[in-house]
Ligand binder design. Sequence first.
Ligand SMILES: [Fe+2]
Length: 314
Amino acid sequence: MSKVIELSTFQCKAIAGFMVEAIGACSGENVTPETIGKIAARLALSHGTESNFGTAVGQAACLIQNIPRPSNPVEARALSSMLGGIFGLGDVFQYAGKSATRVQLFEARDDGIPNTNATKNFLPYHCDVAVMPPALRAHAIGLLPVVNESDTATLVAPLEEMLACVPVAIVRYAMTDAFEVKAPESLGLGNDAWFVRPLIQEFNGELTIGFPTYGVRPRRADDWDAITAIRALTASAQQCSKEVVIEPGSFLCVSNLLAMHGRGVTVGYRKVYRSYFSRCIGVLREAQPDAQNDVFDAVRLVPPPTSVALRVAA
Ligand SMILES: [Fe+2]
């Protein structure tokens, strides 16, 4: 841990073609193409018309700098939609119900709630909504900081680097059904819902990762190969972790399939808008045709957590 990042950094310079694409990528009840257009115009005014965009697709993370600061949730969603479209992150979507995964302002508090963006504690390595099958999971997470008073670091552990630290036999075992992953309480499945899930799985022809280090266990309590795999992957996340300080005026997108992420201890104020992107929005829409404005009910997307009964006590 504590390595300074060497992530791709793009200077944000808008051109008309990207604006049009971004307007097309925008959806949601509160965001109109006019809103997107205004923000795009501000981008263009700030940075001229030269294009220097790259793509974030296939990268563990990408930091985009010199962008306008959103002043409210509507602007945050519009800006996220636009950047998601430009960088190929996919479409902004939300999980409905109890889950708080919409483009939402997280303000760090002192109340000690563990494992959430809204705490000031160290947030250990994880992938978001890892109980979802890869096609239904958020594929990228976008962070738009508003205040980051103490330069709290976001931690990113690229899977590619993690895999280089772990023996092949462990990676192979991590791809089996020997594990259970805990659903976050915010999904509305209760606070003890576990699902049989591989820690690493192939999706669209590449290896992807999906578990929270604080919500994973072997399916059989005496499965030492599974315990070893969990420990090895957790250690490799720590070993490969890079620190990214997100300052207002930047946008950090982190792959939720090709990296694990976490967050350092927060001191002082920290407010960040988070958004979720899917590159398979059609699959989500097909799974829930009655969803409005790409707001999906997470509880209906995952099968019942029946795996608990299979767990064998040591
Ligand atoms: Fe997260």
